[in-house]
Design a protein around this ligand. Sequence first.
Ligand SMILES: [Zn+2]
Length: 430
Amino acid sequence: MLAILLFAAATTVPARIPIPAAARPSPTFDVEAATDAYLAEIPPAAKARSDAYFEGGYWLILWDFLYGAIIALILLQFGWSAAMRNLAERLTPLGPLRTALYWVQYLIVISILGFPLAVYEGYFREHQYGLATQTFGPWMFDQFKGLMINLIFGALVMAVLFGIVRKLPNTWWIWGAIVTLFFLIFAVLIGPVYILPLFNKVTRLTDPNVTQPILRLARANGIPANDIFEVDASRQTTRMSANVSGFGTTMRITLNDNLLRRGSPEEIQAVMGHEMGHYVLNHVYKSIVYFLVLIVVWFAALQWALTWSLQRWGEKWRIRGIGDTAILPLVLLWSSLFFILLTPVLNTMIRAHEYEADMYGLNASRQPDGFAQAAIHLSEYRRMSPGPVEEWIFFDHPSGRNRILAAMRWKAENLDLFAAPRGTPAPPKR
Ligand SMILES: [Zn+2]
């Protein structure tokens, strides 16, 4: 039954998207008409489904926050957080180890309490919309691996951050932000090379029909890549994606198998042009600067909010101060409120980079139709035509309609590249 459902979902949008008549080069080529013609390729049922999926995502932001807030308040109000701290203190006299032991208990407890929403969001809902490909067992195993990574790395991060808070209780938010940033950079650095293979098989692509056009595009744009990798994302999802990741020697281009299987060659080049844009425009380094500012503001706001909360409820919750690990549920509660309020700012920050990469990708790949085809494929899980305010608040990429519009605008200004070769007159007979 599930297999039939999945098959039906996968076939609602055609694997290869043809170029609609209004988007073919002609003397009367019209950007709006070409855009509408592409949008019309999405069957109404598929559009209704992806709109529902995406809108549901807006509500999930709220439900995730409320559900997380209730868990945090349970841990504080019923003294569970203080009890976990006390247990950690009985087990070891070492400060950093106590913090790590608190983290292990805390993460296991919130994973269990948060499981009902997590399983709905990550498993049942994804299957309901035909985006997931895993059965329950492998999905659970992936969750378990994620939890293990979080236990180990989280314990390390927590031990260091709480150490800083205890040593520098007034200025921790500056030093803590810098250290957090280094952990983030480390995660970005090792993620694609050491973490991704724990979940997926990463293989080197060898088919020159696929690799040569991508490597040519890379070389032409000054990207020092020799190899292209494929990741079997279809193990978990039907979504298509690609990326250029890492720094220096970990730099690599990765395409997922959904893109390779379902995308046209033009589409693959358009997507790679976009990803190379992120690399050439140094978006990783720019994001690091933005994030440093964001983390400093976040931690400064935390310092204020935690002090305020402890004055009111600190004694009741048996939290001894800002450096006490038992404060962690409160930290998470304030942080999730901070990030929910910052949703439009964060999304706009990311969307600005995505728009730049779109423009770069169109110029580099010269595949406006491939780009429009990719936008249609991404419409399986993104709403295509939101209102401007909706796009500003919720979209971390330009909307599908705006991406197709940009592609058709580019095409309109470069129609000579796509004009069908004129019938060359037969050579004169002698
Ligand atoms: Zn991007």
